[in-house]
Design a protein around this ligand. Structure first.
Ligand code: B12
Length: 369
C-alpha cells in the first residue's frame, strides 16, 4: 500500500536498488557525520530542552535503518504512514519541532558527501519531500494516535483496573482480576486478543504521546508476560499432536509478546510448539529448523527495519532443498499494509492477529497430503 491517510497522493519516488544498497552500506559513516554535525549545531540545546543527546544518537541510527528499509523495498507508503509517528513520539519525548527539518538537511548533506551529488538525486528528492511536508506533519502529530476500538463484552469492566495493575507492576492483581473469566481455552484466546493486545496498544500510545516512560512501557509489558505465564497454556491442552511449529521473533527484534501469543494459541490448538522468544540469530534458527523438522515456522516482526533480516531468513530456508515442504508465515505489526511485499518474498502466508494465524495454519495442514 503506497499511500497513507495523511498523504493520499505520494510523489512517485524511484530509488534504484543499487543506490538503495549504497545508502544502506554507507550507514555507519553517514550516521557518524550526522551525529557530529547535530552535536555541533547551535540549535541543539533548544531542540533538546535539557534532555539527553543519546536520544538523538539512537534516532539517527533508527532513521538510517528505517530509510534503508524504505529504499530497499520501495515502501514509500510505509514512510508516509510512519512520519506522523516520528514527529509525535519524539515531540512527546520533549524534542523541539525545529529539529526535524534541520536534521533532515544535515542528512541530505551527508548523503551527498557519501553517495555523490548526482548519483544521490533520487534519495535527495525523498528527503526534500519530507522537509516540505514539515507543516503537515506537525498538524498530524498534534492528533492523538488511534486507539483500538474495544471489543465490547467480557472484558468491559476490567480494562481500566487491569491497565492500572500493569502500570503498578502488579502481576498478582492482574491475574486475580482476569482469572475468574478464564475457564475454557476460548476464554484464553479472548484474554489475549480482546484484552491484553488492545491494552498493550494503549500502553504504546501513551508512550508515543510522552505520557509514560520507556521504563513504564517495559514494566507494563513484563506484567503482561507474567500474566500469560501464569496461565501456562499447556494446562488447557491435551496430548501433543504430531504437528510441529517453531515460533520466533525476527533477528534483532525485541518485541516478543505477539510471537508468544501465537505460540500459545498454536499450543492450545494441539500443536507441538517450540517458542524461541526475541532476537533469534539466523543460524541458530536455521539449525533448529533442520533438527526439529517443523511443519510450520512463524516469524514475528514489529519494527519495519527488522523486516529485511526476517525475509533473508525465509530466503535461506527456501534455498535449503531439505526443507521443501516447510510452511512459513511472517507476521506482526511491521507486516501490516505490507502483505504484498511479504508474500512476494517466499512467505506462504501472513495474518493480522494470532487466532487468524492459527486458523490459516490449520487450513494448510488440512490441505497437506
Ligand atoms: C511492549 C512494547 C515494547 C517492549 C517489548 C517487550 C517484549 N517483551 O516484547 C519494549 C519495551 C522492549 C519495546 C521496545 C521498543 N519499542 Co515497543 N512497544 C511495545 C508495545 C507497547 C506493545 C507490543 C506488543 O506486545 N503488542 C501486543 C502484541 C500481542 O501485538 P502484536 O505484536 O501486534 O502481535 C499480534 C499480531 O501482530 C499477530 N502476530 C504477531 N506476530 C506474528 C507472527 C506471525 C507469523 C503472524 C501470522 C501473526 C503475528 O498476533 C499477535 C496477537 O494477535 C507496542 C505498542 C503497540 N502498538 O503494539 C510498542 C511499539 C511496537 N514499540 C515501539 C517502539 C518505537 C519501540 C522502541 C524503538 C523504543 C521504545 N518504545 O522503547 C524499542 C525497539 C525495540 C527493538 N529493537 O525491537 C513503537 C513502534 C512504532 C513504529 N512505528 O514502528 C510502538 C508501536 C509504540 C508506539 N505506539 O510508538 N517495546
Amino acid at each position: 500500500m503506497n499511500s497513507s491517510p495523511l498523504f493520499p497522493e505520494l510523489p512517485s519516488f524511484c530509488v534504484p536498488p543499487a543506490l538503495a544498497r549504497q545508502f544502506q552500506a554507507a550507514g555507519p559513516a553517514m550516521v557518524a557525520v550526522v551525529n557530529s554535525r547535530v552535536q555541533a549545531h547551535p540549535g541543539l540545546p533548544g531542540w533538546l530542552g535539557g534532555r539527553s543527546y543519546r536520544m538523538l544518537e539512537l534516532n539517527h541510527e533508527n532513521h538510517h535503518a528505517f530509510m534503508s528499509t524504505v529504499f530497499v523495498f520501495s515502501q514509500y507508503g510505509l514512510l508516509a504512514r510512519t512520519l506522523p509517528w516520528v514527529y509525535r513520539s519524539y515531540m512527546g519525548q520533549g524534542l523541539a519541532r525545529d529539529y526535524f527539518p534541520a536534521a533532515l538537511r544535515i542528512w541530505m548533506d551527508a548523503v551527498r558527501e557519501h553517495l555523490g551529488d548526482q548519483t544521490a538525486t533520487p534519495i535527495l528528492e525523498v528527503y526534500d519531500w519530507m522537509i516540505r511536508s514539515h507543516e503537515r506533519l506537525l498538524d498530524a502529530a498534534a492528533t492523538p494516535p488511534q486507539e483500538p476500538a474495544p471489543v465490547a463484552g467480557t472484558w468491559d469492566d476490567l480494562r481500566a483496573p487491569v491497565l492500572e495493575a500493569l502500570f503498578q507492576g502488579d502481576a498478582r492483581r492482574a491475574l486475580e482480576l482476569v482469572s475468574p473469566k478464564v475457564r475454557v481455552p476460548e476464554d484464553l484466546v479472548s484474554l489475549y486478543i480482546d484484552l491484553l493486545q488492545p491494552l498493550l496498544v494503549q500502553v504504546g500510545n501513551l508512550w508515543e504521546a510522552g505520557r509514560i516512560s520507556v521504563a513504564q512501557e517495559h514494566l507494563a509489558s513484563a506484567v503482561v508476560g507474567r500474566v500469560m505465564a501464569g496461565f501456562a497454556t499447556f494446562r488447557f491442552t491435551t496430548a501433543r499432536q504430531a504437528r510441529r511449529a517453531i515460533v520466533t521473533s525476527a533477528p534483532s527484534e525485541l518485541h516478543e509478546i505477539g510471537a508468544w501469543m501465537l505460540a500459545d494459541l498454536l499450543e492450545l490448538g494441539g500443536w507441538h510448539v517450540r517458542y524461541l522468544g526475541a532476537n533469534v540469530p539466523e543460524n541458530a534458527l536455521l539449525d533448529m529448523i533442520e533438527e526439529f523438522r517443523p511443519e510450520l515456522v512463524a516469524i514475528s516482526v514489529t519494527m519495519p527495519y527488522h523486516l529485511e533480516r526476517a525475509l533473508e531468513l525465509v530466503r535461506l530456508a527456501r534455498a535449503n532443498p531439505g526443507l521443501s515442504g516447510l510452511r512459513i508465515m511472517v507476521g506482526g505489526m511491521a507486516t501490516r499494509n505490507m502483505e504484498d511485499l511479504v508474500l512476494s518474498q517466499g512467505v506462504d502466508g501472513t495474518a493480522t492477529e494470532a487466532a487468524e494465524a492459527v486458523a490459516l495454519a490449520e487450513a494448510w495442514m488440512e490441505q497437506a497430503p
